[in-house]
Write a protein that binds this ligand. Structure first.
Ligand code: 6CS
Ligand code: FE
Length: 319
């Protein structure tokens, strides 16, 4: 995994606020004002003792704390990758999933873009989500027992794989799912090689420390569009330019089987894939059991549970 930070000339007049300016029960107001704001994070990134024993080394935890992400090369063996890649092909071709709301297709090509709640659809992915190599690291980072907030496969097929514009997952999960605090971590497991040119994930290193409050009221059933192409909850270009200038942009490349752990508030995105090489990843989002969802902070109604679980069942704890 490389992380080439690219810096741009200074920008913008966005004002940086401290969370103390906001109500204790909602220190991250978003989609409620007519202008954007940058709000400094108030939670830790790695919760509890950074020397906490577990699969992540103290150095990896320190990097995660600083940058908001950490990587593990070769987390899965080639055999595990092959088995999971076969599972992805099976699900993409599964007629019972074709018309399901959990399956999102690309706007133009109608090819499968994502499938949600895959840990409930596939026993193999359920086992992966409960594997200590993933959930053990999530517990270390979040400093608690964890449950699955969301799981998905992003297929990003060759030639037709659509990009994901810059966004913070936490901004959506806070506004539309009622996630109170930044105490969730995503794990992206690559099932194909991630090159700089086939729509690899980009993150601004350190951007997890700044919450970008977005403009624009959440429409009814926004998820029906946002999972295909997000229109609301995307940061304004001035704030993005300021963050890119402050933090730079890192690209994530690596062989199939590598994994990226990233904080819920990292500013990230990826471009279209116009190469013949698919970029298929499995995402598991772990949320702390102490950070269960409330009512949406800025949306007319809850989203379906296949994108935002409301059952808080600690992962990997038998009995
Ligand atoms: O809305 C969501 O939950 C999803 N949207 C994006 C662009 N990333 C996170 C998540 O999969
Ligand atoms: Fe995202």
């Amino acid at each position: 995994m490389t992380a080439e930070a690219q810096r741009y000339p200074g920008h913008g007049t966005s004002t940086v606020y401290d969370t103390a300016q906001y109500a204790p029960d909602n220190p991250y107001p978003t989609r409620v004002a007519d202008r954007p704001a940058l709000i400094e994070r108030r939670e830790p990134t790695v919760w509890g003792d950074t020397r906490r024993p577990g699969p992540h080394t103290a150095e990896q935890l320190a990097l995660h704390d600083r940058d908001g992400f950490s990587t593990v090369q070769g987390l899965l063996t080639p055999d595990e990758v092959a088995e999971l890649a076969g599972e992805l092909d099976r699900m993409a071709a599964d007629p019972t999933l074709a018309g399901d709301d959990r399956t999102i297709v690309e706007k133009r090509s109608r090819q499968v873009r994502s499938v949600f709640e895959v840990h409930r659809v596939s026993r193999l992915i359920a086992e992966l989500a409960a594997d200590e190599r993933l959930v053990g690291r999530a517990r270390q980072i979040l400093g608690s027992e964890v449950y699955i907030h969301q799981s998905r496969i992003n297929y990003k097929p060759g030639f037709a794989g659509g990009g994901f514009y810059w966004h913070s997952d936490f901004e959506t999960w806070h506004a539309e799912d009622g996630m109170p605090a930044m105490r969730a971590v995503s794990v992206s497991v690559s099932l194909t090689d991630n090159f700089p040119y086939n729509g690899c994930l980009m993150i601004m290193p350190g951007s997890h420390r700044t919450f970008v409050s977005c403009v624009g009221e959440t429409p009814e059933e926004h998820y029906r569009e946002s999972l295909r192409q997000q229109e609301f909850g995307t940061p304004d270009t001035e704030s993005l330019a300021l963050l890119a200038d402050r933090y730079g942009i890192a690209q994530f490349t690596g062989a199939a089987g590598s994994a990226l752990f990233f904080d819920s508030n990292c500013m990230h995105g990826s471009s279209d894939n116009i190469t013949p090489f698919p970029r298929s990843n499995i995402f598991i989002v772990y949320n702390s059991v102490h950070n269960a969802l409330r009512e949406p902070f800025a949306a007319p109604a809850r989203r379906p549970e296949y994108v935002a679980a409301r059952e808080v069942t600690p992962v990997g704890r038998v009995g």
